[in-house]
Design a protein around this ligand. Structure first.
Ligand code: CIR
Length: 253
């Protein structure tokens, strides 16, 4: 799918109060804003029109916009985030997306975070994680199934979201952490395995043929270049401190 738009949201002054398991220290607001601006510029340079939403007071994780929707050319599925502190972030996104697509909500008792959904053409992988339950994954599969997508649920035994560990780099190839290498649900795909110690490098983002990768993971970088990826490196140090990465900070469509 060629992307023409990306929605982002400005991190709030309270962004360091978001949920995190990373033990990488307290993130810096000024640096976060610089990295966020560089991320938006990279998307613009790839031809995307960016829609930049303002901060959402009371929701320090709301700039991780990917988690509140799954957008295909046919429909925008509005999620029901699995973390109670993140529920409510989806309301403003539903308003914005309704200007671009028909919207369909995930309903209780389903929970779903967009970070658990990897679209690879008409295939859709849905991680069953601490955030996404079977009811949420089932609802997504039914909504997308009506539009010709084939969804497969995959258990997420490591990392926050499925896409913390598995992402599409192009063609029939996925970048995966060792924890997901050999996962039977992914057997139809070639796999590039992230070297031990560089697990955070698995969160890469394919946009219109270019691959955005996080700076600071030389072994993964080399593997991707050797494979033939056309990479763009971005420093994601501050988002990483909040368990976030390249995929999380935008919704592409
Ligand atoms: C959270 O725990 O929800 C945020 N601090 C990080 C969300 C990252 N989102 C993503 O991987 N899609």
């Amino acid at each position: 799918m060629t992307f023409t738009h990306a929605i982002t949201r400005k991190p709030g002054l309270d962004f360091a109060e978001g949920i995190t398991t990373a033990k990488l220290g307290t993130p810096d607001y000024e640096l976060m804003m610089l990295q966020h601006a560089a991320y938006i510029n990279a998307l613009r340079a790839l031809g995307l029109m960016t829609i930049e939403l303002d901060t959402l007071p009371g929701h320090p994780d709301a700039y991780f916009v990917e988690d509140v929707a799954v957008v295909t050319p046919e429909v925008a599925v509005i999620t029901r985030p699995g973390a109670p502190s993140r529920q409510g972030e989806e309301a403003t996104m539903a308003l914005v997306l309704s200007q671009h697509r028909p919207v369909a909500p995930i309903k209780s008792p389903g929970t779903l975070d967009g970070g658990d959904v990897l679209m690879v053409g008409s295939r859709c992988f849905v991680g069953l994680s601490e955030r996404t339950n079977a009811a949420g994954a089932g609802q997504l599969a039914r909504i997308l199934g009506d539009h010709g997508y084939n969804c497969t649920a995959v258990p997420v035994a490591a990392g926050l979201h499925f896409k913390s560990s598995v992402n599409w780099v192009g063609g029939k190839t996925l970048l995966v952490t060792a924890d997901f290498a050999g996962q039977p649900e992914l057997a139809d795909y070639e796999q590039i395995v992230v070297p031990e110690g560089e697990e955070a490098a698995a969160n890469v983002l394919l946009v219109n043929g270019r691959l955005l990768i996080p700076q600071g993971y030389p072994q993964t970088r080399k593997k991707l270049i050797d494979w033939g990826a056309d990479i763009i490196e971005l420093n994601m140090s501050e988002a990483a401190k909040m368990d976030g990465g390249l995929t999380c900070m935008s919704l592409r469509f």
